[in-house]
Design a protein around this ligand. Structure first.
Ligand code: ZN
Length: 471
C-alpha cells in the first residue's frame, strides 16, 4: 500500500491513476475496433460500383480494390488484437519499472551507477525499442510480403527489406538518442523555467531536422534523381513561377523500388523548396541510368535495370501513372497548400501544442503519485516522467487533438483543390484523382463515422463533387 505522509497528502491514489489510464487505453481500443468493424462491413456489403461512379470505375478495378481493402482490414484487426494484448501485459505486469531496473543493472555493470540517469535512460530506450521492434517485425513482414504482395504493390526483395529496416533503426537511434539525452539534461538542470528551454530546444531541433532531412537523411534510403530536362520540367517550372513558388530543386524519387503506390509532395523552407515526384506517378517516366557511375555494390546495375524494365512493362500493361497535364494539376493542388499557408499553420499549431504540453508537464512533474502509479516508488526518472505524462496522461487530449487535426486536414484538401481549380486545372485534377485512386486501389465507399474519424483526405466522390461545382 501507499504510504501517505502528513506533508504529502495525495488527493488521488496511484491505483486510481493507473486504472484510469488502463481503462482509457481500452476505451480507445474498443472505439477504434468498432470503427474498423463498421468500415469492414461497408467493404463486405458494397459489391457493385455505386451509381454516381459507374462511368469512372469499372467493376473489375472496383472488385480488386474491395478485396485489397478487406485483406488490409483483416490484417489490421489481428495486428490490433496483438498490439492491445501486448500493451495490456506491459501495464499489468509492470514491464516498464522492470525494464528500467534492468537497464540500471546493465549500466552499473559498466561502472555507471544510478547517478548516471541519462546513460540509464539511453540504455532503456535502446532495449525497449529493439524488443518492441523485434516483436512487431513478423507483422510488418507479413504486411509487406503477403498482404501488399498479393495485390501487386510490394516491390521489395526480402534482402532489401531487411537492409532497409536495419538502416532505418540505426538512423533513428543516431538521431533520437542525442536528442533525448539533451532534453533530459535540460529538464533536470533548467530550473523553474525548464519547460521554456525544453520547448526552444524541441523547436530548434525539429526545424533543423526538417532542413537536413532532404539532403542528408532521405538519400540514405531512396534514390533522388533531378527530373530530366523536357516538357514536364519546363511546365512545372512555369507553374511554380506563375504563382511565385521559390522552386529550388525538382526531383524524382524511385518509390517504385519499394511499392507501386504513387505520390508527390513539396518540401523545405523559405527560398529552398523542392518538389519530389514519385516515379510511379509519371506515366512515361524513363528511369535515368548514369553511365559513368561505378557499379552499385548494393544491388548491381544489372538488377536495377531489370527492375526498371519491369516497371516500364508494368506501367505499359496497366497504364499506371498520370500524363503531364494531370501531374501539373496534382502539383497545382500541392502548391495550393503552400500558397494558402497550410504548412505554416500546421507548424504553428504543433508548436503551440508542444509548448502547452511542456508547460503541463512541468506542473505534473512534481507529482510523485504519477510515478507511484507505475511502481516507481523511490526514484523519479525524467525519461519515465516523459513517457508516463506524454504517452499516458495526455492520451485523451492527444486523441481529441488528432481528431481536430484530421478535420482541419480535410478542410485544407478542399481548399487546395479549389486553388488548383482557380488555375483552370479542375478537369485535369479530376482525372488525375481518379487515376491515382485506381492505381492505389483506393475504395470509393467508406463508412461515414470511420471516415470522419480517420480520413485526412476527403473521399474521392466529395472531392470530385466540389471540383465539378460551378460557382
Ligand atoms: Zn493535399
Amino acid at each position: 500500500m501507499v504510504d501517505v505522509t502528513k506533508e504529502e497528502v495525495n488527493l488521488i491514489q496511484p491505483e486510481t491513476i493507473f486504472w484510469s489510464i488502463f481503462t482509457f487505453m481500452w476505451i480507445v481500443y474498443i472505439w477504434e475496433s468498432y470503427l474498423s468493424h463498421r468500415q469492414k462491413e461497408t467493404f463486405e456489403r458494397t459489391k457493385e460500383v455505386p451509381e454516381p461512379l459507374r462511368d469512372i470505375l469499372d467493376q473489375e478495378t472496383f472488385e480488386k480494390s474491395r478485396l485489397y481493402q478487406l485483406d488490409k482490414a483483416r490484417f489490421g484487426f489481428w495486428h490490433g488484437v496483438f498490439g492491445q494484448t501486448e500493451s495490456t501485459l506491459i501495464l499489468l505486469y509492470g514491464v516498464i519499472p522492470w525494464l528500467w531496473k534492468f537497464a540500471g543493472d546493465i549500466t552499473a555493470n559498466f561502472g555507471y551507477g544510478s547517478e548516471y540517469e541519462i546513460v540509464q535512460s539511453l540504455v532503456f530506450i535502446l532495449l525497449s525499442s529493439v524488443v518492441s521492434y523485434v516483436i512487431d517485425l513478423p507483422w510488418s513482414i507479413y504486411s509487406t510480403f503477403v498482404v501488399e504482395e498479393r495485390h501487386g504493390f510490394n516491390k521489395q526483395t526480402f534482402g532489401f527489406f531487411i537492409k532497409d529496416q536495419i538502416k532505418k533503426q540505426l538512423v533513428l537511434f543516431a538521431i533520437l538518442l542525442p536528442i533525448v539525452a539533451v532534453l533530459i539534461y535540460i529538464i533536470q538542470w533548467g530550473g523553474q523555467y525548464f519547460f521554456i528551454y525544453a520547448w526552444v530546444f524541441a523547436f530548434v531541433t525539429s526545424m533543423l531536422l526538417v532542413t537536413i532531412y532532404a539532403d542528408y537523411i532521405a538519400p540514405l534510403f531512396d534514390k533522388y534523381t533531378p527530373l530530366p530536362e523536357g516538357e514536364l520540367r519546363t511546365s512545372i517550372e512555369g507553374l511554380a513561377a506563375s504563382i511565385a513558388f521559390p522552386l529550388y530543386k525538382l526531383y524524382v524519387v524511385e518509390g517504385s523500388k519499394r511499392s507501386s503506390h504513387s505520390n508527390a509532395y513539396f518540401y523545405g523552407f523559405y527560398k529552398n523548396k523542392r518538389i519530389v515526384l514519385f516515379d510511379t506517378l509519371i506515366e512515361d517516366y524513363k528511369p535515368y541510368v548514369d553511365e559513368d557511375k561505378p557499379k552499385d555494390e548494393e544491388d548491381g546495375e544489372e538488377e536495377q535495370q531489370e527492375d526498371q524494365q519491369e516497371l516500364l512493362e508494368k506501367k505499359e500493361e496497366k497504364k499506371m501513372g498520370c500524363n503531364n497535364d494531370e501531374i501539373l494539376a496534382v502539383l497545382a493542388h500541392e502548391l495550393g497548400h503552400w500558397k494558402l499557408g497550410h504548412n505554416l499553420k500546421n507548424i504553428v499549431i504543433s508548436q503551440v501544442n508542444l509548448f502547452l504540453c511542456f508547460f503541463l508537464f512541468a506542473l505534473l512533474l512534481q507529482q510523485k503519485v504519477l510515478f507511484e502509479a507505475f511502481e516507481f516508488y523511490d526514484s523519479q526518472p525524467t525519461l519515465i516522467a516523459l513517457l508516463i505524462i506524454f504517452q499516458f496522461v495526455f492520451s485523451p487530449y492527444n486523441e481529441l487533438l488528432s481528431f481536430c487535426m484530421t478535420v482541419l486536414s480535410r478542410r485544407f484538401e478542399f481548399q487546395a483543390d479549389a486553388f488548383a481549380k482557380s488555375l483552370q486545372k479542375a478537369e485535369k485534377l479530376r482525372t488525375a484523382l481518379i487515376k491515382l485512386h485506381k492505381d492505389n486501389l483506393g475504395f470509393p465507399v467508406a463508412d461515414w463515422l470511420y471516415s470522419a474519424w480517420h480520413y485526412s483526405h476527403p473521399p474521392l466522390l466529395e472531392r470530385i463533387g466540389a471540383l465539378d461545382k460551378t460557382d
